[in-house]
Design a protein. Structure first.
Length: 559
């Protein structure tokens, strides 16, 4: 494999004397009005029998008043994990109210209703180091009237890969009020210059006949709701999933995206219509972090081990290829994800042979000129070990993926040492990366998401017979002075800020150059020939952009 030379673009957003309009990213967005949304949070009771509970009308509700009597309580509602290492200007907002009319202001002065943040939640609020968020608007004018919390700034000291926010409710034996919370949002601005801006978490998960009523868990709505809740809990940037049925009647991918929140998430599957109970491989991803470029089946390959390529890939369950761009601040990092589900049945000698043939054919494809310079990951349900084999029906010792494992110059099976907690055997869900990704893989970050199983009731019967496996990658976000408007090659533009028409100066040699406009992620959004010295930007949303003419650059603010 060749090393990929990346053309990295960093937008340095500084030096303006005007108010910049910066794109906000939704980090957390939960209405709490559905059970699935509420379940992304964790409840913890320190004192008292009462706790936070869910209401389809009111969101998260906590009250110390039960059966005509007030009780002493301290109860916490803790958010899922948020990675805040790569964001600035992080803010929390929500809507809330209190009641009833006789007591809705009880405890306000005493601090019974507070909001906190932490960089490292221990699992117990009592032993966690919290920072109280100031500026919280508690002035409910009338009982049961919802008000906005105001923008609560989350300080830098609690920004980590494992940040959380939490709501704390108190009551006493003599008095209590009900506190109701909904529409919880955490937003922030991407840090293009932060070296942590390039951190991505990728998860692999066989979701066991997801969308198929004939096989797998019998309660289909419960299964897909559990899958969505677990994805929100894990907070990965990309999920590569297997055993997915996706039809017009049962649009599993669209349903899953809807449960997660289509304003934040997206997904696709190749082929688009997988057929009823056909096991296929899909992808779910955060739109603010991942850009889908293309998807297809890798359906063309050579025969191997005496079988056709079709037969070796479980009679046509071909690998699904997803080409994506990872949005690392203002840098685009291309990656190709080859999502596979190999032939199963470890007790069948031919099944082992088919896995072996499929691995040999796939490596031939990926070693070719089309893929051998790409950031490449082979991810999925391999149905075998990377070291040794599950096969009991043949005198086999080697993994069918030995061809990848032996090629240590070009590939690394980063999940090869992971084992099941029961039986201490190797896992069969894997990630193999190409050498272009060796330096970006965060060492020893590959892990099994065991907390998912413990957080879902009867996980192995209601959700999946596989555990998700995750790994973390970090890509450099490099600055380059030639793209800075303060450099000698900068383009002069005016007016700036601009509402309608942006003007710029052209030299005689630039009359036929292309004028291109880029957004803050580095994506080109406009391109046209420079036959005059102006371009209409009225249709652009308010934000900060780059304009490039020939080899000269400038940044401008669209009002």
């Amino acid at each position: 494999m060749q090393k990929l030379t990346r053309m990295l673009l960093l937008v340095i957003l500084s030096g303006f004397s005007v108010n910049l309009v910066t794109a906000q990213t939704n980090i957390l967005d939960q209405s709490l009005l559905t059970q699935q949304s509420f379940d992304t949070f964790t409840t913890f009771s320190v004192t008292g029998a009462q706790t936070w509970n869910h209401s389809f009308t009111y969101g998260a509700v906590c009250s110390g008043y039960v059966g005509g009597q007030n009780y002493e309580n301290e109860d916490w509602l803790v958010s899922p994990i948020m990675n805040l290492t790569q964001t600035d200007n992080v803010k929390l907002t929500f809507n809330h109210t209190r009641g009833s009319a006789a007591v809705f202001n009880v405890g306000v002065a005493e601090g019974w209703y507070k909001v906190y943040a932490t960089a490292d939640y221990t699992g117990d609020p009592s032993s966690t180091q919290w920072v109280e968020l100031t500026g919280f608007n508690q002035n409910v004018p009338v009982a049961w009237q919802y008000i906005a919390s105001g923008e609560l700034i989350i300080p830098d000291e609690v920004k980590s890969e494992n940040s959380r926010i939490a709501f704390r409710y108190n009551s006493i034996a003599g008095q209590s009020a009900t506190w109701e919370i909904k529409n919880v949002k955490v937003t922030g601005e991407p840090q293009a210059t932060n070296p942590n801006a390039g951190i991505f978490k990728i998860t692999n998960w066989n979701t066991e006949w997801l969308g198929c009523g004939q096989f797998g868990p019998t309660d289909e709505p419960l299964q897909i709701n559990n899958i969505a809740a677990a994805m929100l809990q894990m907070n990965s940037d990309i999920y590569c999933i297997q055993e997915v049925s996706n039809t017009v009647v049962t649009p599993t991918i669209a349903t899953l995206v809807s449960l997660l929140g289509s304003d934040v998430w997206d997904g696709t599957i190749a082929p688009a219509n997988s057929g009823d109970c056909n096991q296929r491989q899909g992808i779910i991803f955060k739109k603010s972090r991942v850009q889908l470029v293309s998807s297809e089946e890798l359906s063309n390959g050579v025969p191997a081990q005496g079988n056709s390529y079709y037969y070796n890939w479980s009679s046509g369950r071909y690998p699904s290829l997803y080409n994506v761009n990872l949005l690392a601040g203002s840098t685009l990092v291309p990656m190709s994800l080859v999502n596979i589900h190999a032939k199963a049945e470890d007790g069948n000698a031919m099944s082992y042979t088919r896995r072996l043939g499929a691995a040999q054919a796939l490596k031939t494809v990926l070693d070719g000129a089309t893929y051998n310079a790409k950031n490449l990951m082979i991810i999925g349900d391999f149905n075998d070990y990377l070291t040794g084999t599950t096969s009991t029906a043949c005198n086999c010792i080697d993994s069918p993926y030995k061809n990848f494992m032996d090629d240590q110059t070009d590939y690394n099976g980063i999940t090869q040492s992971l084992t099941n907690t029961l039986g201490n055997s190797p896992i069969i869900e894997h990630m193999i990366i190409s050498n272009e990704l060796f330096g970006s893989y965060v060492s020893s970050s590959a892990n099994r998401e065991t907390s998912v199983a413990s957080s879902i009731a009867d996980y192995y019967y209601t959700t999946s017979n596989h555990l998700p496996v995750s790994a973390t990658f970090q890509f450099s976000v490099l600055s380059n002075e030639q793209f800075s408007p303060s450099s000698s090659s900068s383009l002069i533009v005016h007016p700036n800020p601009v509402k309608d028409e942006l003007q710029f100066e052209l030299s005689s040699s630039e009359k036929n150059e292309t004028v291109a406009i880029y957004d803050q992620t580095g994506r080109q959004i406009r391109s046209e020939k420079s036959n005059h010295n102006a371009i209409n930007v009225a249709a652009l949303p308010a934000s900060v952009y780059l304009i490039k003419v020939g080899n000269r650059w400038a940044k401008f603010v669209k009002e």
